[in-house]
Design a protein around this ligand. Structure first.
Ligand code: FES
Ligand code: FES
Length: 413
């Protein structure tokens, strides 16, 4: 059991939970907040949508332990919220509910949408709300209700008056919210919320140059996930190897990774911080490296564990550099990686092949971007690299949702 303390609807709650207890179960069974409904339990239907630190999230796939210290708001926490009251009325007059099972999730998601995008001239409510499924209404009433409230929203004093389509304010925006009353969780009318989450690459100080990363098929055998990844950098192989033969410089470019100085025997120790939406984990561990300067090849093996969730990970990364040519004909270097890892414990759900493929593609792109930036301006100060954050998770989820919709539409036609 793990002790967690979190703020739920403005009330501080301390409880003992097992590491695998989902937030939805915790809210419903420990706190009896049964307004949060559970439908698919796979993060697809949106019935369990709640706010975590000002951002909406699926409570059925969020571990309660990952919300330690967070501020959670369920449908019951919006009783005094004027925007939610307006949405409830509009749902009622537009016949936007029948059985009402999906309605709490629809309302939480709709309120978030209006707060963020009510001033968008081409707001596509159907697409924006496609993460919340309803088996009764056919959606027309839901869309009409949200349209009505979105049209009125610019006159609601607690909503932003400037056109802004960014994410909902996250933890970083809390001081601004405190000034207007954290109990309502509404955004300040005059303060544009800062973009939450870490920046995974060097954009603040380097001109952007994206590097295309190719990810091979992901296979899972005996619990081990394996895949290949490669990318081409427009730099000479000697320069790329000079950087990539040094584990400390590699770690500086890898989102979320921090290494201690290597020991005499090639042993490495370090930490990997992971933040996937509301889920955070910190793996500590050690490993070994074997370097072959002639072949420009490095093999790093390691293992670690996350004390908080009880997850364990072990893995092996092998990369080899070879000379290549850029599309312009300039000398370039292909970096070919073979990666294998196993995950055990609650975070093992992220070992699913489709999720891994999306995630590693994005991590690889951030890594390649950082290496390229380092090589172009070795003295430039790079932003601290961290793994995860809202943009990474949204990108992964967007890819997942798109594939699910494509499958469903393919079946329907
Ligand atoms: Fe959580 Fe369906 S129950 S998304
Ligand atoms: Fe019944 Fe939406 S009203 S599922």
């Amino acid at each position: 059991m793990t002790t967690i303390t979190l703020d739920v609807n403005g009330r501080t709650v301390t409880a003992e939970v097992t590491p695998r207890t989902h937030l939805a179960d915790f809210l419903r069974e420990h706190l009896l907040l049964t307004g949060t409904h559970i439908g698919c339990e796979h993060g697809v239907c949106g019935a369990c949508t709640v706010e975590i630190d000002g951002e909406i999230a699926r409570s059925c796939i969020t571990f309660a332990v990952a919300c330690d210290g967070a501020r959670v708001r369920t449908i019951e926490g919006f009783d005094d919220d004027p925007l939610m009251a307006r949405l409830r009325d509009a749902f009622s007059t537009s016949h936007a509910l029948q059985c009402g099972y999906c309605t709490p999730g629809q309302l939480v998601a709709a309120r978030d949408l209006i707060r963020r995008k009510c001033l968008e001239p081409d707001l596509d409510i159907r697409t924006e709300m496609s993460g919340n499924l309803c088996r009764c209404t056919g959606y027309a009433g839901i869309v009409a209700a949200i349209e009505t409230v979105a049209a009125e929203a610019p006159s609601v004093p607690t909503l932003p008056k400037e056109r802004w389509a960014g994410p909902a304010p996250g933890p970083g925006a809390q001081p601004a919210r405190a000034a207007t009353g954290a109990a309502t969780g509404t955004a300040s009318p005059s303060v544009r919320p800062p973009t939450p989450g870490p920046v995974p690459c060097a954009r603040p100080t380097m001109p952007a140059r994206q590097v295309k990363v190719e990810v091979g098929p992901v296979t899972i055998e005996n619990g081990e996930t394996r895949f290949t990844q490669s990318f081409v950098l427009e730099h000479r192989a000697e320069a790329v190897w000079e950087l990539m033969r040094d584990p400390a410089r590699v770690a500086a470019c890898m989102p979320g990774l921090a290494l201690d100085p290597p020991g005499q025997d090639g042993r490495l120790a370090g930490r990997m911080a992971v933040k996937l939406g509301p889920i955070t984990a910190g793996f500590s561990g050690d490993g070994t490296m074997v370097r072959d300067d002639d072949a420009r090849r490095m093999v790093i093996e390691g293992r670690g564990s996350d004390r908080k969730s009880g997850s364990r990970a072990s893995g092996r990364v092998e990369y080899t550099l070879s000379e290549a040519a850029a599309p312009t004909g300039a000398p370039a270097t292909r970096v070919a990686c073979v990666i294998a890892f196993t995950l055990q414990g609650p975070l093992a759900q992220f070992g699913r092949s489709d999720l891994v493929r999306d995630l590693v593609g994005r991590i690889g792109a951030a890594f390649a971007f950082n290496v390229d930036a380092r090589l172009r301006a070795p003295d430039a100060e790079l932003a601290p690299a961290e793994l995860g954050g809202v943009s990474l998770m949204l990108g992964v989820l967007f890819g997942q949702i798109k594939r699910v919709l494509e499958r469903l539409l393919g079946r329907a036609s």
